[in-house]
Each structure stands twice: as C-alpha cells, then as structure tokens.
Design a protein around this ligand. Structure first.
Ligand code: DOR
Ligand code: ZN
Ligand code: ZN
Length: 356
C-alpha cells in the first residue's frame, strides 16, 4: 500500500513543564517530541510548579515559547478560587479551563465545594471546562456542569462506570465530551508489576474489562478525542522516590500505536482522524493549519525504542513494543518539519489562540 496522508494531529492534553520543571521537559524538547509523534499542534496543561493561573503566567509562557517551539502550542488555564477573578481577562488567550478535582501532579487540586461552585459558575458557558475527575468525583463534576450550564470535557476516562455516567449525562442533555489517554487503550493493570514506577499515573491503569469498554466507546462514538496526556518525569524521579510522581510520556508513541490498531482492524483510519484532529478542532475552537499534513507508511514495522525519543525524560512505558506504521514526512504551513526520521531545524511552531 502507498503512503497515507493524515492531517497534522492535535493533542489537547500535554504537560510541557516549562517554566518550573524543565528537568522533565521544556518547550523545545516537548515540541520536538510532538512533531516526531505526528502532532503539529498541542495544548499545554497549567499544573507546573509555576502554574498557569494568572495573566502574567500566560505572558511568561508565551514569551518562553516564542521562537523555540517546533509544533504549534496553545495554552489551558488552571482553575483556583483566586484565578477565577481573571477568567474574563484571559478567556480569549486560552483553549479551556482545567479543573483538578482529584489529587495529582501539582498544586491545583480543588476540593472545597464553594470554590468549585465559584469556578464552574464564573467560567464562560460557551467555552470548554476540562476536568480531571475520576470515578465518584466525575458525578460531582457532572452535577456542577448541569447546575451551571457548562460545556464539560472529561479528561482521560479509564473506567466502565465513567463511560456509563457520561452516556447518562448525554441523555439528560448535559453538554459533555470526553477524552481517552493512549496508555489506557494499550496497557492494563496487568502491566503494573513489569513496569513498576513507569506504570504509575492518574488515573491508574484499569482492568481488561474497563479497557474493552473504552474500545467499544471509541467505536460507538461516546469517546470524542484521544490524547497522549504526555506527562514526563525523569527516570531518577520515578526510580528514586518513595512515592514516584504520576505520569508517563506519550507524544511519540500514540500515533504508532493507533496506526497499529488500524493495521489490526481495531480502528478505522477515518475514526483515527476524527479523534485526533476533527473533533479536537471542533470542541476547542482550534484554528486551521493551512498546508499542514503528516505522511505515513502504514505498513512499516518497527520496535518502540526510548533511545530514539526526543522527550527529555527519555523513557517510554511502551519500550520494546512492535508497531506498524511510521511517519515519513511532516509539513507544517508548507515547511518540511520532519524527514528521514528526524525533526528539522529551525523551529517553525507558533503560539496559537482559539478562533471565536
Ligand atoms: O498521571 C498524571 N500525570 N496525571 C495527571 O493528572 C497529571 C500528570 C502530570 O502532570 O504529571
Ligand atoms: Zn489529569
Ligand atoms: Zn494530564
């Protein structure tokens, strides 16, 4: 079969870590990893040690990114009681509000019901409100969105019960969309022993039954987007701490794994494009990238190998897995940004803003 042409992939859930945790990743290494993984546009999460919760923090990120990014980058804003005072001022600069309703990396956990009500009621209704809300917490997120009329996007669903809650909320007319992370589609709790700290993430790896339900929800349209939830931590942080940090890198392994699923007949190429380009663009009001595409050889088989990764953390939970489908060339706004297995210099990415 001849090469396939895909639109530049969009990842709406990436942790680039700059400023504040550049030992894990930075704008250069993270966006090189994005390009090497077929993503021409990524949206960056706010939960850094210097969180994106003020207009100044946004300006600082934009300044740091400008001239150094290989893919386009847009930002999400972090929700706290105090950051809600800035919502009107920053709303046109970011793609979504991110509300952390369970404990995970960073300091943005929101537990106080009063604070949550302020956050949900102050965020503009026409704009996406993303939640990290696992299991029981998801019930609360849906309740709040129902009460306040929010456009809710559920991050990294991983459980059968969560799919059921989302289906029910849809029936009740709640404006709700959801994302699945690649690692929940391709790994289960069975891998925890083998991978040790390299399989620790939030939400945790779930059962085979949960995973089967996720694949069904991809097929029946319940799941709207696939994201990498690229959450790099250094090997040392993973190995040498009593409580290793949550998260795994994913930018460079997601497309090859999805192309493998296409090759095996578990996913159609049309659905892959919807989940990684068309739907993210619609849900988050992402601008078009003219003359931008990814050329892949859908039959080329190779083994995932951390030595070939651009991510600064330089490991992957998918080490040694055989995949079918390899990126040959990427064009971003008419520029060749990836060829012969390498990211091309100088960086051609731009900081981007939502279309209204
Ligand atoms: O595993 C995770 N890692 N889950 C999250 O919600 C945050 C992320 C991170 O930033 O490390
Ligand atoms: Zn999360
Ligand atoms: Zn995340």
């Amino acid at each position: 079969m001849k090469n396939l042409i895909l639109p530049g992939l969009i990842d709406t859930h990436v942790h680039l870590r700059e400023p504040g945790a550049t030992q894990k990743e930075d704008f250069e290494t993270g966006t090189k990893a994005a390009i090497a993984g077929g993503y021409t546009l990524i949206l960056d999460m706010p939960n850094n040690p210097e969180p994106t919760i003020t207009p100044d923090a946004i300006s600082k990120k934009v300044k740091l990114a400008t001239g150094r990014i290989y893919s386009d980058v847009g930002l999400h804003f972090g929700a706290t009681r105090e950051s809600s005072n800035f919502f009107k001022e920053i709303v046109d600069k970011v793609f979504a509000l991110k509300v952390y309703m369970n404990h995970t990396t960073g300091t943005l956990l929101q537990k106080d019901p009063k604070a949550l009500q302020i956050i949900f009621s102050s965020w503009p209704k026409e704009k996406v409100l993303m939640v990290h809300a696992e299991d029981e917490t998801l019930k609360n997120a849906i309740k709040l969105a129902k009460k306040n009329g929010n456009k809710l996007h559920i991050c990294h669903i991983s459980l059968k019960e969560e799919i059921e809650l989302i289906k029910q909320a849809k029936k009740e007319g709640v404006q709700i969309t959801c994302e699945v992370s690649c690692h929940h589609l391709f790994l289960t709790e069975k891998e925890r022993k083998r991978l040790g700290p390299f399989a620790i993430m939030r939400p945790p790896l779930s059962t085979k039954t949960d995973q089967d339900t996720l694949w069904e929800a991809i097929a029946d349209g319940t799941i709207n987007t696939i994201a990498s939830d690229h959450a790099p931590h250094t090997r040392e942080e993973k190995l040498n701490t009593i409580q290793p940090p949550n998260g795994v890198p994913g930018l460079e392994t997601t497309l090859p794994l999805l192309l493998t699923a296409v090759n095996e007949g578990r996913l159609t190429i049309e659905r892959l494009i919807e989940l990684t380009n068309t739907n993210p663009r619609k849900i988050f009001n992402i601008p078009e990238q003219p003359d931008t595409f990814v050329e892949v050889d859908p039959n080329l088989r190779y083994t995932l190998d951390a030595r070939h990764l651009y991510t600064k953390c330089a490991w992957t939970p998918f080490e040694g897995i055989k995949v079918t489908g390899k990126i040959k060339r990427i064009i971003l706004r008419g520029n060749v940004v990836f060829k012969n297995g390498s990211v091309v210099k100088p960086p051609k990415g731009q900081v981007i803003y939502p279309v209204n």
